[in-house]
Design a protein around this ligand. Structure first.
Ligand SMILES: CC(C)(COP(=O)(O)OP(=O)(O)OC[C@H]1O[C@@H](n2cnc3c(N)ncnc32)[C@H](O)[C@@H]1OP(=O)(O)O)[C@@H](O)C(=O)NCCC(=O)NCCS
Length: 224
């Protein structure tokens, strides 16, 4: 699997599996540009994912403008508990190329790579303030399942997708909402919202919806 063709809204995206070691420096630079403030990927993990054939790139005029990563087997401290699970990392698109469905194509290509490696489930972690990423994954059928309190010193939401059932996420909350938490979107941690999110998971509430409600705010809703 060297090229993955993804069709979105009548447009085809050719996503390439990176086999050129020389491109790792460019990928690391892109990762650092968008993630460095939030625990960018280590050289060792990037190398391990490369060796597993899990680095995906999208190029325009031979320039890498977006990338994403799939960890297939445990490597450098990243443990995959269940052999049928893949961990998704680092979907990143250069700011000037966003909003053209490149991130979505890269995310869909991650799923194809996972399935072709026999995986039935995908897991990823995301900052709760990263509304673009959460909305992208929910569009593709991921659900928010839990809260990892200490992910390199900062909390993350864990999202999951069943790659076999291809279930569509609960964008409409069933049942009675018992807690809605307003979050500030952006690069800074919204500590007040994070405390409420952690407490909601501790109380065994179920996250049922995440929506952007203004240019600066999103809401995460929980039911019993
Ligand atoms: C997240 C990211 C990869 C999205 O890439 P992109 O190419 O701009 O996204 P797409 O154009 O493919 O968007 C696909 C869908 O994602 C959602 N989405 C993307 N950006 C969004 C935004 N700013 N606000 C709300 N939803 C958004 C929408 O549902 C969109 O579908 P639609 O256009 O039909 O509404 C990009 O914003 C990025 O690189 N961010 C920084 C890195 C990052 O945080 N990555 C995720 C780490 S877990």
């Amino acid at each position: 699997m060297n090229t993955i063709k993804i069709d979105i809204s009548g447009k085809s995206f050719l996503i390439k599996v990176c086999h050129n070691k020389k491109e790792l420096a460019v990928i690391k630079k892109l990762d650092a540009l968008v993630f460095s403030a939030h625990q960018g990927i280590s050289d060792a993990l990037l190398q391990a994912i490369f060796e597993q054939g899990g680095i995906l790139v999208y190029k325009i005029n031979n320039q890498i403008v977006g990338e994403s990563q799939v960890l297939i087997t445990s490597a450098t401290g990243q443990k995959i508990e269940n052999s049928t699970t893949a961990l998704f990392y680092g979907t990143a698109v250069l700011p000037e190329f966003r909003g053209q469905h490149i991130g979505e194509a890269l995310a869909m290509a991650q799923e194809r790579v996972a399935v072709s490696n026999g995986k039935t489930r995908a897991l990823l972690s995301v900052r709760p303030e990263n509304a673009a990423s959460i909305c992208l994954r929910m569009k593709l059928g991921f659900t928010i399942i839990s809260w990892q309190a200490d992910y390199y010193g900062s909390g993350r939401l864990i999202m999951e997708k069943d790659l076999v059932a291809q279930t569509i996420s609960n964008s409409t909350a069933p049942g009675k909402l018992v807690k809605t938490i307003i979050l500030k979107i952006g690069d800074q941690p919204d500590e007040y919202a994070r405390k409420q999110i952690a407490a909601s998971f501790e109380s065994k509430l179920q996250p049922v919806a995440y929506r952007i409600i203004s240019p600066t705010e999103a809401v995460i809703a929980f039911s019993k």
